[in-house]
Design a protein around this ligand. Structure first.
Ligand code: WQD
Length: 343
């Protein structure tokens, strides 16, 4: 442990949507987070939000996680003892247009972080993976033993390759690593002071819903209502971002407490339930008393029909499970959107 009684944890991509909420959970969990972010897909205003919530500034280094000197300097300057690695490009559609950029950034940042960790004899790592590794599952809910499908996108393939890298590194070197397979993170911190801050037109459903409800967008298109689901629209496992954040502290505490020299495992991190697009829209309108103008349109290429997670393993092993429901997430998302509109 460091000189203070709190483990110093490097959070790469810590100014992003999930990263910033995880910084809150780390502080609440008795850790000492240090952010490294190049702000390529995040906004510096998030640091003000974090300061307002935490009551103090969070250490943030502006830099790129693919740059070995940058990462090495952060380790040296802040006596890093563990890492949560978020830094990656994550737009599925963009990844198909820019495969080289995605492989360079997503694989390069992980390899750089691992190499510096090995140099500095730091072995604790939590990796941000994704349920996208399952592709379109034969059965739902998916467990961690559900077969991994050939990736439908370059983005998904980078996550699969990163998981394989981590498995092999932990088999050969003294690393203790957990990959968390996220489902669909939604919502915002209850304060409304931090949240999802998409740059440009949102790719994901919930920021598009909140921007439409706020009048920033004329309407939202539901991408297809002819799927083999009860109401014809796609089903996903929407997990509150703070529940997801708390899964990181539970995973980090778990590997920090292990007495083995090395370890690797993967965990599904979702709410453990499925909701359709129309169910989400109707829930949003109901809990926020705010209409959302939508139309039914064509399917979006690459979308799968249904996926949600069996999250028993995280509950049994990590002692973690999601506590917040979809209604809470959509109330929190709306509060954040209103804060954005006022600022
Ligand atoms: C959810 C549902 C859309 C927008 C992706 C990545 C995944 C993870 C989360 C990173 C789908 C529908 C959406 C809209 C719509 N990202 N939709 N109209 O595609 O499930 O997952 O983001 O880790 O890896 O694949 O999330 O929010 O884009 O879509 O009807 O304007 O909402 O068709 O059914 P997705 P999403």
């Amino acid at each position: 442990m460091s000189l203070t009684d709190k483990m110093r944890v490097l959070v790469t991509g810590g100014a992003g949507f999930i990263g910033s909420h995880t910084v809150i959970a780390l502080e609440e969990g008795g850790f000492n987070p240090v952010i490294l972010d190049n702000f390529s897909n995040s906004n510096k205003s998030v640091l003000n939000g974090l300061k307002s919530i935490l009551g103090h500034e969070v250490v943030c280094v502006e830099g790129d996680s693919t740059n070995k000197e940058t990462v090495r300097n952060v380790f040296d300057q802040y006596a890093i003892e563990g890492v949560i690695h978020f830094a990656a490009s994550k737009a599925v559609g963009e990844s198909m247009q820019e495969p080289l950029m995605y492989y360079r950034n997503n694989l390069g940042s992980l390899l750089t972080v691992l190499e510096v960790m090995e140099e500095k004899k730091v072995g604790l790592l939590i990796f941000s993976s994704s349920c996208t590794v399952y592709g379109e599952p034969e059965n739902t809910p998916v467990t961690e033993n559900t077969p991994i499908k050939p990736a439908a996108s370059v983005y998904g393939n980078t996550k699969q390759i990163c998981e394989e890298i981590l498995h092999d590194v932990a088999a050969a070197k003294p690393f203790k690593i957990i990959s968390l397979r996220y489902f669909n993170p939604v919502g915002a911190h209850t304060s409304g002071l931090i949240g999802e801050f998409p740059i440009g037109v949102p790719n994901n459903l919930v920021p598009f819903v909140t921007q439409t409800a706020a009048g920033l967008r004329e309407k939202i298109t539901v991408f297809g209502n002819d799927y083999p689901t009860p109401d014809g629209t796609c089903i996903r496992d929407y997990i509150h971002v703070m529940d997801l954040a708390e899964a990181h502290t539970a995973a980090l505490s778990y590997i920090a407490g292990l007495r083995t020299s090395s370890f690797y495992d993967v965990f599904n991190v979702g709410a453990g339930r499925g909701n359709s697009v129309l169910e989400l829209l109707n829930t949003f309108e109901k809990v926020n008393n705010q209409p959302v103008n939508y139309q039914i349109g064509a399917r979006r290429e690459g979308d799968i029909s249904s996926i949600w997670g069996n999250v028993e393993k995280a509950k049994q092993v990590l002692g973690w499970e999601a506590k917040r429901n979809l209604a809470t997430a959509l109330k929190d998302a709306w509060r954040w959107q209103q804060h954005l509109s006022e600022s």
